[in-house]
Design a protein. Structure first.
Length: 92
């Protein structure tokens, strides 16, 4: 358990830095890993890791892209998913 927490903390600190285009503006985000627990939904997971000023719908879009691009958001308990943590824009 300590190892998983350490790996998750390292992923949060280091993360993957990604810049993608959605519409006219580019969205920057890092990626962390999350192990799915009973009752988790994509919506809840992205809300957990993103600031309140980030649009959850946009974060869910990138969540889908990071996890195979499928429209299906079926998650399995114990599955590890990639969670985009969007950088807050100053133009909001």
């Amino acid at each position: 358990m300590k190892r998983i927490v350490a790996i998750m903390a390292l992923a949060l600190i280091v993360g993957s830095f990604v810049v993608v285009g959605m519409g006219e503006a580019e969205t920057e985000y890092s990626v962390i890993m999350h192990r799915v627990s009973s009752g988790d939904t994509a919506w809840d997971i992205v809300q957990e890791y993103n600031a309140a000023t980030v649009k959850t719908q946009e974060a869910v879009y990138y969540f889908k892209q990071e996890n195979g691009g499928s429209d299906s958001l079926m998650l399995s308990v114990g599955e590890t998913v990639r969670v985009p943590v969007l950088k807050e824009r100053s133009d909001k």
